[in-house]
Design a protein around this ligand. Structure first.
Ligand SMILES: C[S@@+](CC[C@H](N)C(=O)[O-])C[C@H]1O[C@@H](n2cnc3c(N)ncnc32)[C@H](O)[C@@H]1O
Length: 250
């Protein structure tokens, strides 16, 4: 199944969820084994997010490359489905503003099989200033809050990290889901991983699909400790990196 639109070519993945192929470089936003599956098995299950949510402490998630929203909405679904007595704050970054607008509208072609809940959560985002969207959700049972900030534009502009600094919050989890280093090198450098580390708590976990040597080296150089974790689908391994040290003061 292939259909061209302004954000990319629609493509069906093996779990029945849709992804897109980028209109210029052609790389898909997700593994062919499943867009939904990648969100749930790598980022959510691989990180242990649910267990962390159920400890009851307040959590902060950084979502690098909001894209089609699978990782972000799976994060919300995990929190809503738990007995969350904690609040959760999520900060997403996305350079393609057309994608953000389609995601919020519910009119994105990839959203056709989405549940009403997923569409409702995405539709909560309101533009609060040029290039910034925000949403707040209340947990149906515990009435605790999920706060979601989306920063449009190049993540290296660091508007998101200024916002986090203003809120005095640091990340517990990072979904590092940029296009591959071949087409998006800027989000795989030691510099970028250092930026992420400065906004992460000691013990924070960064999850990503790439186990490439260059990625592990950049992470290690920036003070993360990368290790392979078992993958599913077409990937034998994924990567988890831990920020074991004190927050860098550089
Ligand atoms: C692999 S896709 C993310 C898929 C997404 N996490 C999901 O769950 O559907 C990578 C995303 O990063 C975005 N991106 C690329 N370069 C960027 C940059 N410099 N700053 C912010 N976002 C960027 C792309 O537009 C794309 O949506």
């Amino acid at each position: 199944l292939e259909k061209q639109n302004q954000v990319g070519t629609l493509a069906l993945t093996e779990d029945g969820s849709f992804t897109l192929a980028h209109p210029v470089h052609g790389e898909t936003y997700h593994s062919s084994a499943g867009a939904m599956r990648e969100a749930l098995e790598l980022y959510i299950a691989g990180s242990g997010l649910l267990a962390a949510v159920e400890t009851g402490r307040d959590l902060v998630v950084i979502d690098v490359g909001l894209g089609l929203g699978y990782n972000a909405l799976s994060t919300i679904q995990t929190w809503i489905g738990s007995h969350a007595s904690n609040s959760l704050k999520m900060v997403s970054m996305e350079s393609n503003l057309d994608l953000i607008n389609q995601l919020v509208s519910g009119q994105g072609e990839w959203q056709a099989p989405w549940t009403p809940e997923w569409l409702t959560w995405a539709a909560q985002l309101r533009q609060v200033s040029p290039g910034q969207w925000a949403a707040q959700l209340k947990h149906p049972q515990t009435k605790t809050l999920f706060t979601w900030q989306v920063f449009g534009g190049d993540a290296r502009n660091l508007h998101w990290s200024e916002w986090m600094r203003g809120q005095h919050i640091f990340a517990d989890f990072i979904w590092q889901d940029a296009f591959s280093p071949k087409v998006c090198l800027e989000l795989w450098t030691a510099d970028w991983f250092q930026t992420l580390r400065r906004t992460a708590k000691p013990g924070a976990k960064l999850l990503t699909y790439s186990v490439a040597r260059a990625v592990r080296d950049s992470l290690a150089h920036a003070g993360w400790i990368p290790k392979r974790i078992p993958g599913t689908g077409t990937k034998r391994h994924w990567l988890m990196a831990i920020n074991t040290s004190e927050i860098s003061s550089e």
